[in-house]
Design a protein. Structure first.
Length: 82
């Protein structure tokens, strides 16, 4: 099994794949996400969503962020540049 180590302190006490949640108006929970717009068409605009995940060190508190679908986001980004 591959152990993940903290990039700062080297600890193996890593809390994996947690979500970052915002409690918005009315205390409604919403996980933080990245959105990349695929087109600039005003009527049929499409975007790709990538939910943000965090890994947190249980010793020093360092937090690393990543998204679940980086390849899909990259493809959407490339399409948005055309």
């Amino acid at each position: 099994m591959n152990e993940i180590k903290c990039k700062i302190c080297g600890s193996i006490k890593i809390i994996k794949n947690t979500t970052i949640t915002d409690f918005s108006h009315g205390n409604i929970e919403k996980n933080l996400s990245i959105y990349i717009q695929k087109t600039d068409n005003a009527f049929f605009n499409k975007s790709v969503k990538g939910e943000i995940q965090a890994q947190i060190c249980g010793d020093c508190g360092n937090m690393d962020l990543k998204v679940r679908n980086p390849k899909e986001l990259w493809e959407a980004y490339l399409k948005s540049k055309n």
